[in-house]
Design a protein around this ligand. Structure first.
Ligand code: SF4
Length: 182
């Protein structure tokens, strides 16, 4: 709680905290040539007097090169949305920049993202084609599944049940000496 209030203080004292955003939790739904949509929510969007759009995503962690690279895809989607008039104003080619706000109890650092739109579209097409041609899906169950909105589609209960049965089978199989020791 103390950590959260320190982060909040950093935010309030920053330029972000002293200006009202143009939009928050701005939904983007972008259609791609492959006939699919990708949806996301930009944490904060600012619009300046010269028409420039600034997209900001908040992360409560320190900046690192590796993490910044990972967030690139998410922000690239928002930049594509601006370019297509889905985020911002329709029929208006706003100039846009995207940033991650790295917030810790001691600092708030705004670091710009260099979007790679071509690579994003290629990767998205590859993933969608893979999903479309897959005829077998097995979820990779982790503790994050409990918080995932797609758990119903994944049918993880079925897989969890199956794993429990498999484990039981293993524990009681005659040639499983190690398991018998448990
Ligand atoms: S429930 Fe969510 S996190 Fe877990 S495997 Fe399915 S999609 Fe992935």
């Amino acid at each position: 709680m103390l950590k959260a209030s320190k982060i909040l203080k950093q935010y309030v004292n920053s330029e972000l905290g002293s200006t009202a955003p143009w939009q928050t939790e701005a939904e983007v739904n972008v259609k791609f040539d492959g006939g699919f949509f990708i949806r996301g929510f930009a944490d904060r969007v600012d619009k300046f007097e010269n028409g420039e759009i600034r997209i900001v995503d908040y992360k409560t962690r320190e900046y690192s090169k590796e993490a910044h690279e990972r967030y690139k895809r998410q922000l690239t989607l928002y930049m594509i949305a601006v370019r297509r008039g889905v985020l911002g104003e329709a029929n208006c080619l706003n100039f846009a920049r995207a940033y991650i706000a790295y917030m810790t109890p001691n600092s708030l650092e705004l670091v710009e993202i260099e979007p790679d739109e071509l690579n994003f579209e290629t990767e998205a097409n590859t993933i969608v084609n893979k999903i479309r041609t897959e005829n077998r899906w097995e979820p990779q169950i982790t503790d994050k599944c409990n918080m995932c909105s797609y758990a119903v589609l994944c049918n993880i209960n079925k897989y969890e049940q199956k794993s429990a049965e498999e484990e039981e089978e293993y524990l009681f199989s005659e040639d499983s000496n190690i398991a018998f020791l448990k």
